[in-house]
Design a protein around this ligand. Structure first.
Ligand code: ADP
Ligand code: MG
Length: 590
């Protein structure tokens, strides 16, 4: 009964069994670990390793509660993943467990079985050196728990995630994951480039190309790994891999720190991708606060949080205006798929076929040349500023965003770089620039304000009017002067000069929402990021405006100077880049 109760904490779901068994294999010094599952791990979990193995007499001890071979150094110097001696006893209490093992160097193997808590005597068994643990009919002894299992598919996926996490910190071990409920996964043991290679096996090359390296240290705490560019974000937090002294954790404080690091660059409903390793002396962290060891307690939580937020932010800033390359890759693919069949060009007699999805109604020959001419003839003169622009620098590393060549659709700047072209979303870019400037201005002193010639009156619910009125003095300091205008409206009298022309109604409505979210005890200054973000969002009026060549150039240069300008404040890219090589590929020149 005691074991079954303990099992409730250690063995929450099939993935927790997999975690315990694989950790045991790692602790046993395995070079190769095979995991097989069926029925989401509920029917079968089998973990086979080539580690040191167990002797006959140790088998009954291994499945006994609180029996462990790993505490020789005491609780303060834990170097293994396991140490509680609870896993096998717990699993044996709620499932059918069998262990077959052959000690390294021994010439025979032994097997033991546990069935709903009853342990059988060891019997000789044929076995390769190492250990094979089989768990079947998980939770058959605790039907209440069985009822709480999610779908088989969800359990299968959770097991995969568990194995990925364990594989990430052990690149020199080969991991395979197979079974009728899944596709085969096989992570080969890596060579000298260990971690980077394993990360690529797990997260794909995409992540490698869209992430920055993290390597920082503060007061004996080391942070390493890779953090994704803000534009390479995801809809959930599954791809956030955090490790403390090699142990995978889902620690709320650490996840919060990661969120904090990206708060400026990613919308609240999006999540960064990262694999981060925190290494610190064992006496600076307590891993024994959670039965599944998913949470940890740092002796100095502020230090660790500061390190994560600081190092990740700095690394992202170091990537400067760099945006994800995935967008460009997707675009190249999209173009490539729509490329017309060459035959259409060869025969003038070919039937008139649509030239592809992006240009409906644009037809292939005859008359291709004239059609193109006609298209450009209709464009306003501002669409082509080639004549005015300075000659492109051939390879000017100081100007990675290139020389502006044209503005199209009154929002996209096309620039020529040393080895390709860049298309800037001027609205998104401007939003980021305004935000960064606003934040700097807000942080230093009171913000220059601009008087509206005619106050803008905005109708609002009474609550919202109250919230804005309560914060009026603080808002004025931030450059926004609003006052109640009757019970159901406010008048906007002054706005931060930086914003230019403002969408006042949108601004105060969103601000009122923000205020509702901000704890009344907190000052707006302590929430500058959010307030500045909301303001920047409504002050970006450059979209839809034709820009002169100097203005375009100024915008690009500004972007190069401004931190984080590769993404707008919602985490979308502000520009995309096509390399000449990509363009040549599109035209079949490569
Ligand atoms: P813990 O890992 O916390 O010590 P477990 O219940 O997971 O507790 O395992 C109990 C003991 O069984 C371990 O301390 C170890 O000596 C032994 N053991 C478990 N799995 C293996 C394995 N795959 N290879 C060798 N020994 C193992
Ligand atoms: Mg263990």
């Amino acid at each position: 009964m005691v074991n079954r109760i303990a099992a409730g904490e250690v063995v929450e779901r099939p993935a927790s069994v997999v975690k315990e068994l694989v950790e045991n294999a790692i602790d046993a010094g395995a070079r190769r670990i095979e995991v097989a599952t069926a029925g989401g791990g509920l029917s079968l979990i089998r973990v086979t390793d080539d580690g040191v193995g167990l002797e006959r007499d140790d088998l009954p001890l291994a499945v006994e509660r609180h029996c462990t071979s790993k505490l020789d150094g005491g609780l303060d110097a834990i170097a293994t993943l396991g140490f509680r001696g609870e896993a096998l006893a717990s699993v044996g209490a709620v499932a059918r467990l069998s262990i077959t093992s052959r000690r390294r160097g021994a010439d025979e193997g032994w097997a033991i079985g546990v069935d709903g808590g009853r342990v059988s005597a060891p019997v000789p068994a044929a076995a390769a050196p190492g250990t094979r643990v089989e768990v079947s009919d998980l939770f058959f002894a605790t039907p209440a728990r069985l009822k709480f299992m999610k779908s088989e598919r969800a359990e299968t996926a959770a097991i995969t995630e568990t194995v990925r996490r364990l594989a990430m910190t052990n690149p020199d071990i080969r991991f395979s994951l197979s079974g009728p409920d899944r596709a085969l996964t096989d992570f080969a043991a890596t060579g000298a480039s260990g971690f980077a290679e394993r990360l690529e096996q797990i997260l794909g090359r995409d992540f490698r190309e869209n992430s920055v390296e993290i390597d920082a240290e503060r007061a004996g705490v080391r942070l390493s790994g890779r953090a994704g560019l803000p534009t390479y974000n995801r809809g959930n937090a599954v791809q956030q891999y955090l490790f403390v002294n090699g142990r995978a954790v889902r620690d709320k404080q650490l996840l919060g720190a990661l969120r904090g690091a990206y708060a400026d660059f990613i919308g609240r409903d999006r999540h960064p991708v990262a694999a981060l390793f925190i290494d610190l002396p064992p006496d600076m962290v307590d891993v024994n606060v959670h039965p599944a060891k998913a949470e940890v307690r740092f002796r100095d939580p502020g230090l660790v949080r500061g390190l994560v937020v600081g190092a990740v932010r700095e690394a992202i800033a170091g990537a400067g205006h760099r945006a994800t390359r995935t967008g460009a890759a997707a675009m190249t693919d999209a173009f490539a798929r729509r490329a017309p069949a060459p035959a259409a060009f060869r025969s003038a007699a070919a039937p008139r076929e649509p030239y592809g999805a992006p240009l409906p109604g644009f037809v292939a020959p005859p008359g291709l040349g004239e059609a193109v001419q006609a298209l450009f003839a209709d464009l306003p003169a501002s669409a082509d500023v080639r004549a005015d622009a300075p000659a492109p620098a051939t390879a000017d590393p100081a100007r990675p965003l290139g020389v502006p060549r044209a503005q199209i659709h009154e929002n996209y700047i096309v620039a020529q770089t040393a080895d390709g072209l860049v298309v800037v979303d001027q609205h998104a870019a401007h939003e980021r620039l305004v935000y960064e400037r606003l934040k700097a201005a807000l942080a230093s002193s009171a913000v220059p304000r601009q008087l509206l010639l005619v106050p803008e009156i905005v109708d609002l619910p009474e609550d919202d009017v109250g919230r804005l009125a309560d914060r009026a003095a603080e808002l004025a300091e931030l450059g926004l002067v609003v006052e109640p205008f009757g019970p159901g409206a406010v008048a906007i009298r002054e706005v931060p000069a930086l914003l230019g022309k403002v969408d006042g109604a949108g601004l105060v409505r969103d601000l009122a929402d923000e205020l509702a979210d901000i704890d009344s005890a907190a000052t707006l200054r302590s929430r500058l990021d959010r307030v500045a973000g909301t303001m920047a969002c409504h002050g970006s009026v450059r979209s839809g405006r034709r820009l002169r060549p100097e203005e375009m150039d100024a915008l690009l240069r500004d972007m190069e100077r401004t931190p984080h300008s590769g993404q707008c404040i919602h985490g979308r890219p502000t520009y995309i880049e096509l390399k000449l090589a990509d363009i040549e590929r599109l035209f079949g020149r490569r």
